[in-house]
Design a protein around this ligand. Structure first.
Ligand SMILES: *Cc1c(COP(=O)(O)O)cnc(C)c1O
Length: 341
């Protein structure tokens, strides 16, 4: 199989139309068989529920080429179950988990020429999503849905080296108690756009959102969970039922404990504790971990001792171990790697 002729190492994070996508439709109370198609366009009613009331949820994951030439996907079973959780919260019919895994297999297999080669630092980003497609004007859930998954190659996240981020504590809220912060819904992103555009205009890379009830506890950024290293070398990650349970963060906690012998704890993290942290990183599929160098709390700068030039030592170990597992350099825990034959 020939790979596509792409300058993989210089790809950014953007949409590039690939050859195939997977589509399944839900009508009359059931999902159809689903199929791979070349058609990247969606035709729907002007009154589709997704357009009027944002009934849409999504997932994000990556396929890689490993050192020994296999095409693999990292823990797609967790994306499958998280999409089910998201669907239930928005009154959508869950897409069955085994169907999800089969859809990803078919999608990646069809687009194998688009999976970046080993060593390029690039990967194939996979975006499964589903949305209410029939006309809805009185507010209620749709009756018809579409599940889709497409793939697009994305470049190495740390092109030109690691640059720790400067983030600000936001005055906007991301999620409310008993709201939708814990599911991967498009609506959580729509309302974050103003906050991120504002933060960028002020010169920050990202927002740190606090719990909206007390504004004393750290939640997450718009699209990544926090992981902190304390000065005595322990890992701490915020516990909250209004953050999105990042698969990367959950994997890193297990890597810390089982591979590196580092104590790791999920607990409430107070803003007051930030000055005592040694390292801070943002965890998500896109970067695995992006180091944070500085947190600005209404003009007051909290500079992480790991500095503005490199990842902190524990963050680096976590990053190297998890990416080693993903790339097949380090043996993975059972069930973490799905090989696409
Ligand atoms: C997707 C997402 C993350 C990261 O989750 P991963 O499964 O690690 O990619 C974190 N926070 C939010 C709000 C997200 O939508």
């Amino acid at each position: 199989m020939e790979k596509k002729n792409i300058d993989w190492a210089n790809l950014g994070f953007g949409y590039m139309k690939t050859d195939y996508r997977y589509v399944s439709n839900y009508t009359d109370g059931k999902w159809d068989d689903g199929a791979i198609t070349t058609d990247d366009m969606i035709t729907m009613s002007e009154c589709a529920c997704v357009l009027q009331y944002a009934q849409t949820i999504f997932e994000g994951m990556k396929a890689y080429t490993t050192q020994d030439g296999k095409t693999v996907v990292f823990r797609p079973d967790l994306n499958a179950s998280r999409l089910v959780d998201s669907a239930k919260r928005l009154e959508m019919p869950p897409f069955p988990e085994e169907r999800f895994l089969d859809a990803i297999d078919q999608l990646v297999r069809a687009n194998k020429e688009w999976v970046p080669p080993f060593g390029s630092g690039a990967s194939l980003y996979i975006r499964p999503y589903m949305f209410g497609i029939n006309p809805v004007i009185g507010v209620k859930p749709a009756t018809d849905y579409q599940f889709r998954a497409f793939a697009t190659p994305v470049g190495p996240y740390f092109k030109g080296g690691v640059k720790p981020l400067t983030i600000k504590i936001s005055d906007f809220d991301r999620a409310a108690p008993n709201g939708t912060g814990h599911i991967k819904a498009g609506l959580n992103y729509a309302m974050s756009l103003h906050a991120i555009v504002t933060a960028h205009a002020e010169g920050y890379d990202e927002n740190m959102y606090l719990d909206s009830a007390t504004r004393t506890k750290v939640e997450e950024t718009g699209g990544a969970n926090f992981l902190f290293v304390t000065k005595d070398g322990k890992i701490v990650t915020p516990k909250s039922n209004t953050i999105l349970p990042s698969i990367t963060r959950r994997s890193l906690i297990q890597v810390a404990k089982d591979y590196l012998g580092i104590e790791a704890e999920e607990r409430e993290v107070y803003v007051d504790e930030l000055k005592d942290m040694a390292e801070c990183g943002l965890c998500g599929t896109a970067a695995v971990i992006s180091p944070v160098g500085k947190i600005v709390d209404h003009g007051k700068e909290i500079c992480l001792p790991s500095g503005m030039n490199a990842m902190g030592p524990i963050t680096q170990k976590l990053y190297d171990t998890l990416t080693g597992i993903q790339m097949g350099r380090i043996e993975a825990p059972k069930g973490w790697i799905r090989v696409i034959e």
